[in-house]
Every structure is written in structure tokens, then in C-alpha cells.
Design a protein around this ligand. Sequence first.
Ligand SMILES: Nc1ncnc2c1ncn2[C@@H]1O[C@H](COP(=O)(O)OP(=O)(O)OP(=O)(O)O)[C@@H](O)[C@H]1O
Ligand SMILES: [Mg+2]
Length: 362
Amino acid sequence: MTESQLTTVMEAVPEPMLHIDGQGTIQATNAAARALLGEWILGRSYAAVLRQPGLLGRIEAVQAEGQAGEARFELADSAGGIQFRVRISVLPEQGGRDRTSGARWPILLHFTDITHLREAEEMRRDFVANVSHELRTPLTAVLGFIETLRGPAKEDAAARDRFLSIMEDEARRMNRLVSDLLSLSRVEAAERMRPSDIVDLGAVLDGVIAAMRPAAEENGNTVELLRDGLARPDDDRLRALIHGDRDQLMQVFLNLTENALKYGGPNKPVTVRILREEGSASLKGPVIRVDVIDRGDGIDAQHIPRLTERFYRVDTHRSRAMGGTGLGLAIVKHIVNRHRGRLRIASEKGRGSTFSVLFPEA
Ligand SMILES: Nc1ncnc2c1ncn2[C@@H]1O[C@H](COP(=O)(O)OP(=O)(O)OP(=O)(O)O)[C@@H](O)[C@H]1O
Ligand SMILES: [Mg+2]
């Protein structure tokens, strides 16, 4: 291949590439490489351009031995750095002439951005660590009580009952965690498939309120549904129709209402409001909006962007004590994404929080 053919091929590759000759001079670049490293690099020594000892060492070795290699290259930027994997391959010498011994091989560098791979890897690691941690606590408790029941509490009927009921709570917690994890992975798997059924959101909310009411009243609380001129099942113009998956929508509003009751506190009525509005820049056309409003302590602004992360809890101890796994809002977010909707969280310290879900109207 001639030099100009090589350059043509390199220009066709979307990732950054460099051609370095036996003297260590950069002989050719492509547009991506110039965008990454600067326009000035053509004709310079690679050592002056790349400047990272790990990569320079690998290039040195490949040029000396004629064996392809691989290295990392990191570029600092405002968003915390871009990571590249650099493949170093050896070029056959031009014209196939014999190499004088000790001469260095010309090489090609090919950069692949692996930043997102690293991030995905880190997320996976964190996830496994989190799940293990969440399971270990109840497991340790159950194992501890089994030991106590076999030993010191063997003949103590009252203690046995108490321990068994704690063990049941802990086992239920593990059960809930596992089913939340399963439901999260199911939703994630289907996230690209937009639901095609037509669902009346007003009817879904009726079901949610009916399901939550007994638990609310048990804690001296109320939960009411406010229809702002919407969601009257007897009148078609007032129905709130969206493309949706009924069960998943139910899960969204059960989770949000449960949170509002749980974190709102006793004697703080919860309001669910449904209305139709004009969309905005991020969600055009007519929109059905549901607000789940509590009158609790509210949430500090710093936490709000992170609430939908798996296992993220403002007060881990409090959430755990109430049987929470910290997956509720992560599930909500994925379901809303699948429905091409938006989740908005507004909160004022001391006054309460509003979780709003917006869906494009069918
Ligand atoms: N209405 C709310 N008011 C105040 N804080 C809230 C509210 N909703 C959620 N949070 C905070 O967000 C965290 C994450 O909520 P999420 O529903 O994901 O998990 P959880 O309620 O702790 O557990 P799970 O829903 O799995 O039972 C909660 O632990 C709580 O700190
Ligand atoms: Mg929750």
C-alpha cells in the first residue's frame, strides 16, 4: 500500500489513527486524531505528542520487536476524563525491501474510546456489591436467630415466638428485594419496546387509591384522587388515555403513593391529581400529568437528582426500618422511560414533595 492509499483508508476510519514511521515521526493522521490531539501533530515526534509513559513504553517495544501491542491513553477533560484503548499494529515495510538490522518498525495506532465500557463495568461492580450488602444483613439476622433458637432459647416459648416473627420479617424483606430486582430487570429488558395498549390512566389511579387506602387509614392518613376535569370513565372526552402497560402503570403509582404515605408521615394527607396540559419543549403535544403530592419534610435539593438510582436512599436506616429496598424509584424511572414519559420531582423543605409523571396522550 502506498502512503496515499494508507492515508485514504485512515481518513475513512471514524476513530483516531496515527501512522508513525521507523524514526518515530508522525507521518499521517486522520480527522479524528487531529480533533483529539491537535492540528499541529503531523511531522512531530510521537513522544512529544502522546506524553504518557505507559503508551510510550509500549510503542517503543512494538517498534523494536515488530510484535503488535495494546496500551491505554487517558485524556483529561471537564467531564472527568476520556479513556482510550490504543491498538498498536506493525506495518510491513514499504516496497517489501529488506530491513537493516536494528531498524525500527513503522506502526499504526488506533484509538478506541472505552470510557462508557469502564463506567458500565463500575456500575455492575457497585450493583453486585449493593445487592450482596442488602442480602447480608437479613441473612445474618436469620442465621443468628436460628443459632439462638437451637441454643439458649431452646425451651423458651415466648422468645421462640418473638424470634420467629423477626425471622419472618427478615425473610420477607429478602423476598421483596429479590422480586424488586426481578421486576427491575424485566422492565429494563423491555424498555425499548413501547407499550401499544390504550390505557385509561384515571381507572389505573382509581385502582391504586383503592389498594392504598386501607394502609393509609391504618396510620391515620388519607389519600385522595383529584380529577382536574379529567378521568371520568363515563365521558370519552374526559378520559385520560395513553399508550401503556396497565400493570406497570399501576406499579408506578403504587410506588409513588407508598412513598408519599411512608415519607410524608402520619396525619399528612396525600393527594393524587390528574390533569391534561399542553406539552413543553421536552414533551410535545397534549400531555396527561399525574402529581403525587405529600406534605412531609421534603427532600434536600442535593439528593433529588440521585433518588432514581438503584439503592439510593436519603436516610438508609429509616428506609430499611420501614422495609424499603431503595429500588422503588429506579423501577418507576424505567417504566416511565419505557412509556416515553417524564418524571419530575419538586420538593420544599418542611412543606412536602411532589412527584409528577407526564405521559404523551394517546
Ligand atoms: N415522598 C418522599 N418524601 C421524602 N423522601 C422520599 C419520598 N419519596 C422517596 N424519598 C426518598 O427517596 C429514597 C428512594 O425511594 P425509593 O422508593 O426508591 O426507595 P425506598 O422507598 O427506600 O424503598 P422501596 O420503594 O424499594 O420500598 C427513599 O429512601 C427516601 O429517602
Ligand atoms: Mg419506595
